[in-house]
Design a protein around this ligand. Structure first.
Ligand code: 0CN
Ligand code: SF4
Length: 488
C-alpha cells in the first residue's frame, strides 16, 4: 500500500507539525481539490486548525472526524475511534463527530444551523482531499467558535492554543500513518459472552423491568466497564458493600458469587436478593462446603484478591487455603496432610492451574479433587481457541476490561505462544503504534466483553486499510443456564 500522505492546508499548520513529513495542500476548496489531483492515491490524513460548532468544542480542543461532509459527498472515517483514543491517552481533549467541509468562511449565524446537523467542527478542505475507498482521517485543532469567531479579541490566544494542540497531535498523526496497511484479522471462536455472563446481565435487566430503578448490584455484575455503564444508564446502582443499600431495596449479587456472610448481611437488612452468581461458581462453593464439612483442608487454586475467590473462601474461612502459584503449592501446609482436597477459581489459565494442581498432588498423595475441573467451559474454550491461532498472527488483541481475570489469562496464553498480546477495553484503548507492522491480527474477547466491541474493533481496523476476516472455531457452545424465579 502507498505510504500515507499527511495533508496540511496552511504553512502555519505545517510549521506546527514540524518533524512530520507533510504536504502543503493550500487554503480552501479550490486549492485542496487541485492538490488532491496531484497527491498519490492511497491513505491520507488531513491535519490543521478548524472552527468549532457547538459550545462543548472549545479553542484548543481537537476534533477527530467520524465522517467528513462535503457539498456532494460524505466520507466515513472508521478509524476515528483509534485516533481519538490515542490522542486522549496523550492527555488531549478530543471530540469525535462529523466535520463539515464548507466552501466559505462560516459566519456566526451559519454555525448554529450547521451545529443542528450534528457536525462538531467546520473546515474548508477535508472533503476535497478525501480519497474515496482509501484510508482517510481528519484531525482539526479548534481555534474559533461560535462565541469567539475569527475576528475577536481572543483570536491570538485561541490560535496559539489550537496550534499547540495540533503540535501535540503529531505522534498520533505519525502513528496513524504508520498503522495503515492491508491486514488479516483472525477471529478466535468461541470468544466473548459466556452463559453465566448472559444470565447475570439478563437478571439485572429483568429486575429493572420488573421493579423499576434503582436496582442495586453488589460489585460489578461482570468485570466489564461497558456492561456496567450500560446497566447504570438503565438505572442499576453498583455498590461495594451491602451496607450501602437502603433497607428493603432489591439487591443483585454479581456473577462472581458472595460469601455466606454477605448473604446474612443482606438478609439482615431485609433486602430482596436476586442471586446472579454463575452456577459454575456455585458449584465450586458447594465443593468447598462438602470438603470442609468432612474435615478437609481445602486448597483453593486462585488469586486471593479476586472477588470470586473472596466469596469462595468465605464458605469455610478456617479450612480454605488460597494457593496462588507454583511456589505457594510447594510450601503450603495442611492441618492433617491425609485430609486434603483442592478446588479452583473458574477463570484461571488451564496450564498454570494444572501445574499447581500437579505439585499439590505430588506433595499430598491423598488429595481429593473435584470430579471435573473447576475451570469453566467458557474459560477453557476461549483459551484453546486463542492458542490455536496465536502462533499464526503478529499481534493478539484481547477485548476485555482490566479487572477481568479470564480476559487477562487470554493475554498470557498468547504470550506463552510467543505472540505479543494486549488487553483492550474497546477501540479507544488500542495503542495505534502497536498496529504498525501487524499484518495479521488475532482477535478474541473475554467472557464478560460484549460481542459488539469485537465488531467495532474490526470496523475500526477497516479504516486503516482493507481487512480480510477469517474465523477459527475450535468448539461449539450450547450451554445456557436457567434464570432465578425472582425474575421470571
Ligand atoms: O470478567 P468476568 O466478569 O470475571 P473474571 O474473569 O474476572 O472472573 O467474566 C465472567 C466470569 C465469571 C465468574
Ligand atoms: Fe460462569 Fe465461566 Fe462465565 Fe464465569 S466465565 S460466568 S464461571 S461460565
Amino acid at each position: 500500500m502507498t505510504p500515507a500522505t499527511v495533508c496540511v492546508p496552511l504553512r502555519i499548520e505545517q510549521a506546527a507539525l514540524r518533524g512530520l513529513r507533510t504536504v502543503h495542500t493550500g487554503l480552501g476548496p479550490r486549492r485542496a481539490a487541485a492538490a488532491a489531483t496531484r497527491l498519490p492515491s492511497g491513505p491520507r490524513i488531513v491535519a490543521g486548525i478548524g472552527g468549532g460548532l457547538i459550545p462543548d468544542v472549545r479553542p484548543g480542543d481537537l476534533v477527530v472526524a467520524t465522517e467528513v461532509r462535503g457539498p456532494d459527498s460524505v466520507t466515513p472515517v472508521p478509524s476515528a475511534s483509534l485516533l481519538a483514543g490515542f490522542l486522549r491517552s496523550r492527555g488531549l481533549t478530543v471530540h469525535t463527530g462529523p466535520i463539515h467541509g464548507s466552501s466559505h468562511v462560516v459566519p456566526a449565524r451559519e454555525r448554529a444551523s450547521l451545529a443542528e446537523t450534528g457536525a462538531l467542527a467546520v473546515d474548508m478542505e477535508s472533503p476535497w482531499l478525501a480519497a474515496p475507498g482509501e484510508p482517510f482521517a481528519v484531525i482539526r485543532a479548534i481555534v474559533d467558535t461560535a462565541g469567539e469567531p475569527l475576528v475577536h479579541p481572543a483570536t491570538v490566544a485561541n490560535g496559539i492554543a489550537g496550534l499547540r494542540s495540533l503540535r501535540l497531535a503529531r505522534s498520533a498523526i505519525a502513528a496513524w500513518a504508520e498503522a495503515v496497511r492491508p491486514r488479516t484479522v483472525l477471529l478466535a471462536s468461541p470468544r466473548s459472552f459466556c452463559a453465566g455472563v448472559e444470565r447475570a446481565i439478563d437478571i439485572v435487566e429483568r429486575a429493572l423491568d420488573k421493579h423499576g430503578p434503582p436496582v442495586y448490584v453488589r460489585r460489578q455484575i461482570v468485570h466489564n466497564t461497558h456492561v456496567v455503564r450500560r446497566l447504570q444508564d438503565r438505572g442499576a446502582v453498583f455498590v461495594d458493600e451491602v451496607t450501602e443499600v437502603p433497607q428493603g431495596a432489591t439487591l443483585v449479587f454479581a456473577a462472581h458469587g458472595v460469601s455466606p456472610a454477605v448473604r446474612q448481611d443482606a438478609a439482615g437488612r431485609g433486602l430482596s436478593v436476586i442471586d446472579a452468581t454463575c452456577p459454575l461458581v456455585t458449584k465450586v462453593h458447594n465443593e468447598v462446603r462438602r470438603y470442609s464439612g468432612r474435615g478437609d483442608t481445602v486448597f483453593l487454586i486462585g488469586h486471593a484478591e479476586h472477588e470470586e475467590v473472596e466469596g469462595t473462601v468465605g464458605e469455610a474461612p478456617d479450612d480454605v487455603v488460597v494457593v496462588g502459584d507454583v511456589a505457594a503449592a510447594r510450601t503450603v501446609t495442611a492441618r492433617d496432610a491425609s485430609r486434603v482436597a483442592y478446588t479452583m477459581q473458574t477463570t484461571l489459565a488451564l496450564d498454570e492451574a494444572e501445574e499447581i494442581a500437579s505439585v499439590l498432588r505430588e506433595r499430598f498423595p491423598g488429595l481429593s479433587a473435584p470430579r471435573k475441573d473447576d475451570i469453566c467451559y467458557a474459560t477453557t474454550n476461549r483459551q484453546r481457541a486463542l492458542r490455536a491461532i496465536a502462533r499464526e498472527v503478529d499481534l493478539v488483541l484481547v477485548v476485555g476490561s482490566g479487572n477481568s481475570s479470564n480476559s487477562r489469562r487470554l493475554v498470557e496464553v498468547a504470550g506463552r505462544e510467543g505472540t505479543p498480546a494486549v488487553l483492550v477495553d474497546g477501540c479507544a484503548d488500542i495503542d495505534l503504534r502497536r498496529l504498525a507492522g501487524a499484518a495479521r491480527i488475532g482477535l478474541t474477547a473475554g467472557a464478560s466483553a460484549p460481542p459488539h466491541l469485537v465488531d467495532e474493533v474490526v470496523a475500526a481496523l477497516r479504516g486503516l486499510g482493507p481487512v480480510t476476516v477469517a474465523e477459527s472455531r475450535t468448539a461449539e457452545e450450547e450451554v445456557t443456564f436457567t434464570l432465578p424465579r425472582e425474575v421470571l
